[in-house]
Design a protein around this ligand. Structure first.
Ligand code: F0G
Length: 344
Protein backbone atom coordinates (compact mmCIF):
# COMPACT_ATOMS: atom_id res chain seq x y z
CA UNK A 1 0.00 0.00 0.00
CA UNK A 2 1.26 3.53 -0.66
CA UNK A 3 2.31 5.58 2.34
CA UNK A 4 -0.64 7.16 4.12
CA UNK A 5 0.99 9.18 6.86
CA UNK A 6 2.36 8.36 10.26
CA UNK A 7 -0.89 7.81 12.15
CA UNK A 8 -1.87 5.14 9.66
CA UNK A 9 1.58 3.56 9.79
CA UNK A 10 2.08 3.52 13.56
CA UNK A 11 -1.49 3.66 14.90
CA UNK A 12 -0.99 0.65 17.21
CA UNK A 13 1.84 2.43 19.05
CA UNK A 14 0.07 5.75 19.48
CA UNK A 15 -2.09 6.54 22.48
CA UNK A 16 -4.80 8.44 20.63
CA UNK A 17 -8.47 8.45 21.71
CA UNK A 18 -11.10 6.54 19.73
CA UNK A 19 -12.70 9.79 18.51
CA UNK A 20 -9.53 10.70 16.56
CA UNK A 21 -10.24 11.47 12.89
CA UNK A 22 -7.05 11.34 10.91
CA UNK A 23 -5.96 14.56 9.23
CA UNK A 24 -2.77 13.90 7.31
CA UNK A 25 -0.49 15.57 4.78
CA UNK A 26 1.60 12.38 4.52
CA UNK A 27 4.08 13.67 7.10
CA UNK A 28 6.88 11.51 8.48
CA UNK A 29 8.78 8.81 6.59
CA UNK A 30 11.70 11.26 6.35
CA UNK A 31 15.10 10.06 5.16
CA UNK A 32 17.93 8.96 7.40
CA UNK A 33 20.78 10.32 5.33
CA UNK A 34 24.26 8.79 5.70
CA UNK A 35 26.99 11.44 5.99
CA UNK A 36 30.22 9.84 4.73
CA UNK A 37 32.49 12.84 5.29
CA UNK A 38 31.27 13.57 8.80
CA UNK A 39 31.46 9.85 9.56
CA UNK A 40 35.09 9.82 8.47
CA UNK A 41 35.88 12.94 10.51
CA UNK A 42 34.39 11.45 13.68
CA UNK A 43 35.45 7.87 12.93
CA UNK A 44 31.85 6.81 13.40
CA UNK A 45 28.70 6.04 11.40
CA UNK A 46 26.78 9.31 11.28
CA UNK A 47 23.27 9.85 9.89
CA UNK A 48 21.06 12.90 9.62
CA UNK A 49 17.36 12.40 10.33
CA UNK A 50 16.23 15.10 7.94
CA UNK A 51 13.00 16.40 9.40
CA UNK A 52 13.06 19.44 7.14
CA UNK A 53 11.48 17.21 4.51
CA UNK A 54 8.12 17.10 6.27
CA UNK A 55 5.19 18.81 4.46
CA UNK A 56 5.64 22.21 6.12
CA UNK A 57 9.41 21.89 6.42
CA UNK A 58 9.82 20.84 10.05
CA UNK A 59 9.32 17.96 12.51
CA UNK A 60 6.30 19.75 13.96
CA UNK A 61 4.08 18.04 11.37
CA UNK A 62 4.49 14.73 13.23
CA UNK A 63 2.90 16.07 16.37
CA UNK A 64 0.46 18.27 14.50
CA UNK A 65 -1.19 15.46 12.52
CA UNK A 66 -1.95 13.81 15.87
CA UNK A 67 -3.06 16.96 17.72
CA UNK A 68 -5.31 18.21 14.91
CA UNK A 69 -6.76 14.74 14.28
CA UNK A 70 -7.75 14.52 17.94
CA UNK A 71 -9.09 18.08 18.04
CA UNK A 72 -11.23 17.56 14.94
CA UNK A 73 -12.58 14.29 16.32
CA UNK A 74 -13.83 15.99 19.47
CA UNK A 75 -15.45 18.77 17.50
CA UNK A 76 -13.00 21.64 18.02
CA UNK A 77 -13.54 24.54 15.62
CA UNK A 78 -10.51 26.68 16.42
CA UNK A 79 -6.94 25.83 17.36
CA UNK A 80 -4.27 28.06 18.86
CA UNK A 81 -0.56 27.89 19.60
CA UNK A 82 2.38 30.00 20.69
CA UNK A 83 5.31 29.58 18.39
CA UNK A 84 8.79 30.58 17.38
CA UNK A 85 7.52 29.88 13.85
CA UNK A 86 7.54 26.23 12.89
CA UNK A 87 4.66 25.16 15.10
CA UNK A 88 2.70 28.10 13.72
CA UNK A 89 3.19 27.03 10.10
CA UNK A 90 2.41 23.42 10.91
CA UNK A 91 -0.71 24.21 12.95
CA UNK A 92 -1.91 26.53 10.20
CA UNK A 93 -1.44 23.86 7.51
CA UNK A 94 -3.17 21.04 9.38
CA UNK A 95 -5.98 23.35 10.52
CA UNK A 96 -6.46 24.44 6.90
CA UNK A 97 -6.54 20.81 5.81
CA UNK A 98 -9.20 20.06 8.43
CA UNK A 99 -11.23 23.22 7.79
CA UNK A 100 -10.52 24.70 11.22
CA UNK A 101 -9.70 28.27 12.21
CA UNK A 102 -6.13 28.71 13.42
CA UNK A 103 -4.65 31.45 15.58
CA UNK A 104 -0.92 31.69 16.17
CA UNK A 105 0.93 33.90 18.67
CA UNK A 106 4.52 34.71 17.84
CA UNK A 107 7.21 36.86 19.50
CA UNK A 108 7.34 40.23 17.75
CA UNK A 109 10.07 40.49 15.14
CA UNK A 110 11.74 37.20 16.07
CA UNK A 111 10.25 34.74 13.61
CA UNK A 112 12.17 33.69 10.49
CA UNK A 113 10.56 34.78 7.23
CA UNK A 114 9.95 31.28 5.81
CA UNK A 115 7.93 30.35 8.87
CA UNK A 116 5.88 33.52 8.99
CA UNK A 117 5.16 33.21 5.27
CA UNK A 118 3.99 29.64 5.80
CA UNK A 119 1.62 30.56 8.60
CA UNK A 120 0.13 33.36 6.49
CA UNK A 121 -0.08 31.24 3.33
CA UNK A 122 -2.00 28.49 5.12
CA UNK A 123 -4.44 31.08 6.42
CA UNK A 124 -3.60 31.44 10.10
CA UNK A 125 -4.57 34.53 12.04
CA UNK A 126 -1.09 35.65 13.06
CA UNK A 127 -0.72 37.78 16.21
CA UNK A 128 2.61 39.25 17.33
CA UNK A 129 3.23 39.48 21.06
CA UNK A 130 5.34 42.20 22.66
CA UNK A 131 7.28 39.57 24.52
CA UNK A 132 8.95 36.20 24.14
CA UNK A 133 7.71 32.75 23.13
CA UNK A 134 7.34 32.03 26.84
CA UNK A 135 4.96 34.99 27.28
CA UNK A 136 2.96 33.83 24.26
CA UNK A 137 2.71 30.31 25.67
CA UNK A 138 1.36 31.64 28.97
CA UNK A 139 -1.34 33.51 27.05
CA UNK A 140 -2.47 30.57 24.92
CA UNK A 141 -2.62 28.29 27.96
CA UNK A 142 -4.90 30.82 29.67
CA UNK A 143 -7.23 31.30 26.70
CA UNK A 144 -7.61 27.55 26.16
CA UNK A 145 -8.50 27.09 29.84
CA UNK A 146 -11.27 29.68 29.54
CA UNK A 147 -12.69 28.98 26.05
CA UNK A 148 -13.30 25.92 23.82
CA UNK A 149 -10.28 26.83 21.65
CA UNK A 150 -7.94 23.81 21.37
CA UNK A 151 -4.27 24.13 22.37
CA UNK A 152 -1.84 22.52 19.92
CA UNK A 153 1.49 23.32 21.57
CA UNK A 154 3.50 20.33 22.78
CA UNK A 155 1.88 20.60 26.21
CA UNK A 156 -0.87 18.79 24.31
CA UNK A 157 -0.10 15.07 24.91
CA UNK A 158 -1.09 14.06 21.37
CA UNK A 159 1.76 16.16 19.97
CA UNK A 160 4.15 13.89 21.88
CA UNK A 161 2.38 10.80 20.56
CA UNK A 162 2.87 11.90 16.96
CA UNK A 163 6.47 12.97 17.46
CA UNK A 164 7.43 9.58 18.96
CA UNK A 165 7.19 8.13 15.45
CA UNK A 166 10.57 9.53 14.44
CA UNK A 167 12.22 7.13 16.92
CA UNK A 168 10.23 4.27 15.41
CA UNK A 169 11.37 5.19 11.91
CA UNK A 170 15.02 5.39 12.96
CA UNK A 171 14.82 1.92 14.57
CA UNK A 172 13.01 0.52 11.53
CA UNK A 173 15.76 1.75 9.20
CA UNK A 174 18.76 0.87 11.37
CA UNK A 175 17.29 -2.31 12.85
CA UNK A 176 17.94 -0.96 16.35
CA UNK A 177 18.38 2.36 18.14
CA UNK A 178 21.59 4.30 17.44
CA UNK A 179 24.24 4.66 20.15
CA UNK A 180 23.76 8.42 20.35
CA UNK A 181 20.90 10.73 19.36
CA UNK A 182 21.79 14.44 19.10
CA UNK A 183 19.12 17.10 18.80
CA UNK A 184 18.27 20.73 19.58
CA UNK A 185 16.18 21.52 22.65
CA UNK A 186 13.81 24.48 22.88
CA UNK A 187 10.47 23.92 24.59
CA UNK A 188 11.64 20.31 25.09
CA UNK A 189 8.71 18.51 23.49
CA UNK A 190 10.84 16.79 20.89
CA UNK A 191 13.48 15.33 23.20
CA UNK A 192 10.63 14.09 25.41
CA UNK A 193 8.97 12.46 22.41
CA UNK A 194 12.10 10.75 21.08
CA UNK A 195 12.90 9.30 24.48
CA UNK A 196 9.33 8.04 24.97
CA UNK A 197 9.44 6.55 21.48
CA UNK A 198 12.69 4.66 21.97
CA UNK A 199 11.56 3.34 25.35
CA UNK A 200 8.29 2.12 23.88
CA UNK A 201 9.70 0.51 20.72
CA UNK A 202 12.03 -1.94 22.47
CA UNK A 203 14.82 -1.81 19.94
CA UNK A 204 17.44 -0.52 22.34
CA UNK A 205 18.06 2.94 23.77
CA UNK A 206 20.40 5.69 22.59
CA UNK A 207 22.32 8.07 24.81
CA UNK A 208 20.71 11.44 24.24
CA UNK A 209 22.63 14.67 23.66
CA UNK A 210 20.24 17.63 23.93
CA UNK A 211 21.63 20.95 22.76
CA UNK A 212 20.49 24.46 23.69
CA UNK A 213 21.80 27.80 22.49
CA UNK A 214 24.05 29.55 25.03
CA UNK A 215 21.76 32.60 25.28
CA UNK A 216 18.71 30.41 25.81
CA UNK A 217 19.95 27.55 27.95
CA UNK A 218 17.69 27.25 31.02
CA UNK A 219 18.24 23.50 31.28
CA UNK A 220 22.00 23.94 31.42
CA UNK A 221 21.88 26.90 33.81
CA UNK A 222 19.28 25.26 36.05
CA UNK A 223 16.93 28.24 36.05
CA UNK A 224 14.58 30.04 33.61
CA UNK A 225 16.07 32.71 31.35
CA UNK A 226 14.02 35.93 31.32
CA UNK A 227 15.32 37.33 28.06
CA UNK A 228 16.49 34.43 25.90
CA UNK A 229 18.59 35.46 22.90
CA UNK A 230 20.06 33.49 20.00
CA UNK A 231 20.22 33.65 16.22
CA UNK A 232 18.62 30.20 16.31
CA UNK A 233 15.22 31.81 16.85
CA UNK A 234 13.41 28.45 16.79
CA UNK A 235 14.94 27.61 20.18
CA UNK A 236 14.87 31.11 21.67
CA UNK A 237 13.03 29.84 24.74
CA UNK A 238 13.73 30.61 28.39
CA UNK A 239 11.19 28.45 30.21
CA UNK A 240 10.68 25.09 28.49
CA UNK A 241 7.29 23.55 29.19
CA UNK A 242 8.74 20.04 29.27
CA UNK A 243 12.07 20.95 30.85
CA UNK A 244 11.84 18.34 33.61
CA UNK A 245 11.17 15.59 31.09
CA UNK A 246 14.10 16.72 28.99
CA UNK A 247 16.41 16.49 32.00
CA UNK A 248 15.00 13.04 32.79
CA UNK A 249 15.63 11.86 29.22
CA UNK A 250 19.22 13.04 29.39
CA UNK A 251 19.79 11.45 32.79
CA UNK A 252 18.01 8.14 32.15
CA UNK A 253 19.82 7.71 28.84
CA UNK A 254 23.19 8.47 30.38
CA UNK A 255 23.36 11.43 28.04
CA UNK A 256 23.46 15.16 28.70
CA UNK A 257 22.11 18.58 27.88
CA UNK A 258 24.70 21.14 26.89
CA UNK A 259 24.82 24.64 25.40
CA UNK A 260 26.65 25.86 22.30
CA UNK A 261 27.32 29.38 21.04
CA UNK A 262 25.65 30.99 18.03
CA UNK A 263 29.01 30.83 16.25
CA UNK A 264 29.20 27.07 16.82
CA UNK A 265 25.63 26.70 15.51
CA UNK A 266 26.40 28.65 12.33
CA UNK A 267 29.55 26.64 11.85
CA UNK A 268 27.61 23.39 12.09
CA UNK A 269 25.00 24.76 9.68
CA UNK A 270 27.79 25.43 7.21
CA UNK A 271 29.34 21.97 7.66
CA UNK A 272 25.98 20.29 7.02
CA UNK A 273 25.35 22.37 3.90
CA UNK A 274 28.80 21.54 2.62
CA UNK A 275 27.75 17.89 2.66
CA UNK A 276 24.46 18.69 0.87
CA UNK A 277 22.06 19.18 3.78
CA UNK A 278 20.87 22.75 4.35
CA UNK A 279 19.03 23.24 7.61
CA UNK A 280 17.85 26.22 9.62
CA UNK A 281 20.22 27.37 12.40
CA UNK A 282 18.42 25.71 15.32
CA UNK A 283 18.49 22.45 13.42
CA UNK A 284 22.26 22.52 13.31
CA UNK A 285 22.53 22.69 17.11
CA UNK A 286 22.61 18.89 17.42
CA UNK A 287 25.70 18.65 15.25
CA UNK A 288 27.24 21.70 16.94
CA UNK A 289 26.84 19.89 20.26
CA UNK A 290 28.38 16.70 18.93
CA UNK A 291 31.36 18.61 17.56
CA UNK A 292 31.83 20.45 20.86
CA UNK A 293 31.64 17.28 22.92
CA UNK A 294 33.96 15.21 20.76
CA UNK A 295 36.56 17.95 20.48
CA UNK A 296 36.58 18.35 24.28
CA UNK A 297 36.93 14.60 24.66
CA UNK A 298 33.72 14.36 26.69
CA UNK A 299 31.93 12.18 24.11
CA UNK A 300 33.63 9.27 22.41
CA UNK A 301 32.11 8.90 18.94
CA UNK A 302 34.62 6.33 17.69
CA UNK A 303 32.95 3.30 16.18
CA UNK A 304 29.49 4.48 17.27
CA UNK A 305 26.30 4.80 15.31
CA UNK A 306 25.09 8.38 15.72
CA UNK A 307 21.87 10.02 14.54
CA UNK A 308 21.78 13.81 14.43
CA UNK A 309 18.24 15.15 14.15
CA UNK A 310 17.90 18.13 11.81
CA UNK A 311 14.55 19.54 12.74
CA UNK A 312 13.81 22.17 10.07
CA UNK A 313 14.71 23.01 6.49
CA UNK A 314 17.22 25.72 5.59
CA UNK A 315 14.60 27.55 3.53
CA UNK A 316 12.77 28.40 6.74
CA UNK A 317 15.37 31.04 7.52
CA UNK A 318 17.00 32.20 4.29
CA UNK A 319 18.02 35.63 5.56
CA UNK A 320 20.55 34.11 7.96
CA UNK A 321 22.45 33.13 4.82
CA UNK A 322 21.75 36.03 2.49
CA UNK A 323 22.56 38.67 5.11
CA UNK A 324 25.86 37.18 6.19
CA UNK A 325 27.37 36.27 2.84
CA UNK A 326 28.79 38.34 0.03
CA UNK A 327 26.24 39.09 -2.70
CA UNK A 328 26.81 37.09 -5.89
CA UNK A 329 29.10 38.61 -8.51
CA UNK A 330 27.38 40.69 -11.26
CA UNK A 331 28.83 40.53 -14.78
CA UNK A 332 27.74 41.70 -18.23
CA UNK A 333 25.81 39.01 -20.13
CA UNK A 334 28.64 37.98 -22.44
CA UNK A 335 30.91 34.96 -22.73
CA UNK A 336 34.19 36.83 -22.29
CA UNK A 337 33.08 38.27 -18.98
CA UNK A 338 32.06 34.80 -17.83
CA UNK A 339 35.27 33.08 -18.84
CA UNK A 340 37.33 35.91 -17.32
CA UNK A 341 35.57 35.28 -14.03
CA UNK A 342 35.43 31.51 -13.80
CA UNK A 343 38.63 30.54 -15.63
CA UNK A 344 38.91 27.00 -16.88
N1 F0G B 1 14.25 22.87 16.01
C1 F0G B 1 13.34 23.61 15.37
C2 F0G B 1 13.55 23.91 13.94
C3 F0G B 1 12.21 24.11 16.07
O1 F0G B 1 11.32 24.84 15.44
C4 F0G B 1 12.08 23.81 17.45
C5 F0G B 1 10.94 24.31 18.22
C6 F0G B 1 13.05 23.01 18.05
C7 F0G B 1 14.12 22.56 17.30
C8 F0G B 1 12.98 22.62 19.47
O2 F0G B 1 12.00 21.65 19.70
O3 F0G B 1 10.63 22.88 21.35
O4 F0G B 1 10.36 20.43 21.00
O5 F0G B 1 12.40 21.33 22.10
N2 F0G B 1 10.11 25.13 17.79
C9 F0G B 1 8.90 25.53 18.47
C10 F0G B 1 8.01 26.34 17.54
C11 F0G B 1 9.09 26.11 19.80
O6 F0G B 1 7.20 27.14 18.02
O7 F0G B 1 8.07 26.13 16.33
P1 F0G B 1 11.30 21.56 21.12
Amino acid sequence: MTYQGLIQRYRQYLDLPAHTQTVSLLEGNTPLIPMPRLSRDFDCELFIKYEGLNPTGSFKDRGMTAAISEAVGRGAKTVICASTGNTAASAAAYAARAGLRSIVLIPEGKVAVGKLAGAIAYGAEVIQIQGSFDDALTLVVEITQKTPIALVNSINPYRIEGQKTSSFEICDVLGSSPDWLCLPVGNAGNITSYWAGFKQYNKGLPQVLGVQAEGAAPLVLGHPVDKPETIATAIRIGKPARGEQALDAAQESNGKIIAVSDAQILDAQHILASEGVWVEPASAAGLAGLIAETSQGTLDAKGKRIVVVCTGHGMKDPSIITESFKAPEVIPANYQALIDLVGN
